[in-house]
Ligand binder design. Structure first.
Ligand SMILES: [Zn+2]
Length: 181
C-alpha cells in the first residue's frame, strides 16, 4: 500500500464547446456513440455514428489519391457549357452512375477533346462513390501503363505491381485517359 495520501481534485462540468472540440479532435470517446460506432436514434433504432462515417470518408478520400489540382472537383461543381448537350448528358450519366452504384451493369467511358471536363467528371464520380463508403483509386492511364511496363523489366528498380499492391483492382476506379494536356 502506498503511504501517499489520496488527493481530491474537484470535478467541473465541461461546456458543450469543449465537448465538441474534443469530438473534432477525434477523441477516442465520441459524445454521440460513446465509442461504440453505433448511434441510437430514439424511436427509430440504431445507425452507424456520424463520427465513423466522417472518419471513414476522410480515410477513403485520402486513399483515393486524387491529385491536388483535382481535389475540389465534384459533380456538383461541374457546369456544362451553354447548349452543349454532350456535356449535359455526360454529367447526368455521371450522377446516375454514382447514385445507382453498385447496382449498375456497366461503367462509363468519357471521350472528348482536352479541357471539356472528363477528369473533372471522373473525379466527381470517385468522390461521390467515396461519400457512399465505396473505395476507389485515381489513376492516370499513362502512369498505370508505365508502371505495368516497368514491372516486366528485370533491370527496373520499380517494385513489382503485385508486391506493392498499388495496381490491385479496386471496386471502382476513376481512370484518366492518356490524352496529353
Ligand atoms: Zn460516434
Amino acid at each position: 500500500m502506498s503511504a501517499q495520501r489520496a488527493v481530491i481534485y474537484p470535478l467541473s462540468a465541461a461546456t458543450n464547446e469543449v465537448a465538441e472540440a474534443r469530438t473534432n479532435r477525434q477523441s477516442p470517446v465520441c459524445s454521440s456513440c460513446f465509442g461504440t460506432g453505433m448511434e441510437v436514434v430514439p424511436g427509430k433504432g440504431a445507425r452507424r455514428c456520424h463520427c465513423r462515417t466522417r472518419d471513414r470518408q476522410a480515410k477513403l478520400l485520402e486513399q483515393a489519391r486524387i491529385p491536388p489540382r483535382y481535389q475540389r472537383c465534384s459533380l456538383a461543381s461541374y457546369s456544362p457549357a451553354l447548349n452543349n448537350n454532350a456535356q449535359l448528358q455526360a454529367v447526368n450519366l455521371a450522377f446516375r452512375l454514382t447514385d445507382e452504384y453498385p447496382a449498375v451493369d456497366r461503367g462509363l467511358l468519357l471521350m472528348g477533346s482536352c479541357g471539356v471536363g472528363k477528369t473533372h467528371l471522373a473525379v466527381g464520380i470517385l468522390r461521390g462513390l467515396v461519400e457512399k463508403g465505396v473505395t476507389g483509386l485515381f489513376y492516370d492511364f499513362g502512369a498505370l501503363l508505365k508502371e505495368i511496363q516497368d514491372s516486366y523489366n528485370p533491370l527496373s528498380k520499380t517494385s513489382e505491381l503485385n508486391r506493392s499492391g498499388r495496381a490491385k483492382e479496386p471496386p471502382s476506379a476513376a481512370r484518366e485517359s492518356g490524352t496529353k494536356q
